[in-house]
Design a protein around this ligand. Structure first.
Ligand SMILES: [Zn+2]
Ligand SMILES: [Zn+2]
Ligand SMILES: [Zn+2]
Length: 334
């Protein structure tokens, strides 16, 4: 029998059970380690799936209704088949979802994480209430992501450093009389040496911390004891993310060149979904372009490298502009 997940009505309970058990479940021999945050997320998703399977097997009318209302389809068509659980692919997928700024995530990872949050919410006791909560969160998030005001922002690539309990503010006056900052040896104050505390307990001034993190190159740790600043572990293997070498060259400035006739329009006249895709797909190149601009600024004009940087920068910018322009025409032709 052909299983069509896009059609919310036709799949029977049996077809769903087959799908959930064979394509959406962890196989018994897969090794998921609950002390690994990404494996733990997969396990939590598995618990949710188990409760759906259980409800369908018991013919629970509330769970069965999720088939007919289309909610099961909405949820499971968005997450990868979980036979990937055994592979690094899935772990990377979950990791990227968890460490990426929410407004930069794609729909599928967002839905997956929304289900995990609902599963972890002890106030939501039934499968249905969890799925509906995830769905509501998803709808609200979608409207924020595609809000033009949010789209033109280019959220930080290291969002997780500030938002997963990493570095906390400390009352600077309370520590002013204590030992000075380990890096700059200045006393803490409310002004240029504001105290920040890492999970390990070490206190360093904000400016020094930021400079240090820029140097970390993927392993974000405390300069005093090397504990991970995201989770506090000494030998963390979970929070390594490649740092972008520069803040990306802003997309609107590139679109001004690529789509000059649309400068005054919201999002340069682009559909919000296309704008989102362009912003994410060109991000890496825009980071490189910004980096080349920094190199040019710091290279004397008589240095032989100067010409080369200028040429590289021009080529790269041209290729981004072409991508942006072509993309618009491609979609307009659809
Ligand atoms: Zn300092
Ligand atoms: Zn420390
Ligand atoms: Zn960590």
């Amino acid at each position: 029998m052909q299983f069509n997940m896009e059609d919310p009505v036709s799949p029977t309970i049996d077809a769903w059970l087959f799908e959930l058990k064979h394509r959406k479940s962890t196989s018994p021999d897969s090794i998921l380690d609950a002390s690994d945050p990404y494996d733990k997320a997969m396990l939590t998703f598995q618990y949710f799936t188990n409760s759906v399977i259980d409800g369908l097997e018991r013919n629970d009318p509330e769970v069965v209704s999720l088939i007919h209302d289309g909610y099961l389809t909405a949820a499971y068509s968005r997450v990868p088949n979980t036979n990937y659980y055994k592979s690094d692919y899935m772990r990377q997928w979950v990791k990227e979802a968890m460490l990426k700024h929410p407004l930069r995530r794609k729909e599928h990872p967002f839905y997956f994480l929304a289900i995990i949050r609902a599963q972890n919410n002890s106030e939501l006791r039934s499968v249905k209430s969890r799925l509906l909560a995830a769905h509501t969160e998803f709808e609200e998030w979608i409207s924020r992501v595609f809000d033009p005001e949010n789209l033109v922002k280019d959220p930080s690539g290291l969002w997780f450093l500030r938002n997963q309990n990493g570095i906390k503010d400390v009352d600077s006056s309370a520590v002013a009389s204590e030992d000075p900052c380990f890096i700059c040896t200045e006393k803490f104050d409310e002004d240029s040496h504001v105290a920040k505390q890492a999970l390990c307990g070490h206190i360093i001034c904000g400016g020094c911390f930021d400079k240090w993190l820029l140097e970390c190159r993927g392993r974000y740790n405390c300069p005093m004891c090397r504990a991970c600043v995201v989770c506090g572990a000494n030998d963390c293997k979970h929070h390594d993310v490649q740092q972008e070498v520069a803040a990306p060259f802003p997309l609107p400035a590139i679109l001004n060149v690529a789509l000059p006739e649309a400068v005054s329009q919201s999002l340069h006249g682009l559909d919000p979904h296309i704008y989102f895709r362009l912003r994410e797909e060109t991000r890496q190149d825009r980071v490189s372009a910004a980096w080349i601009a920094i190199l040019i600024k710091h290279t004397p004009e008589n240095d032989p490298l100067f010409e080369r940087f200028v040429e590289d920068g021009r080529e790269l910018m041209q290729s981004i502009v072409t991508t942006c322009g072509m993309d618009r025409h491609y979609w307009a032709a659809e």
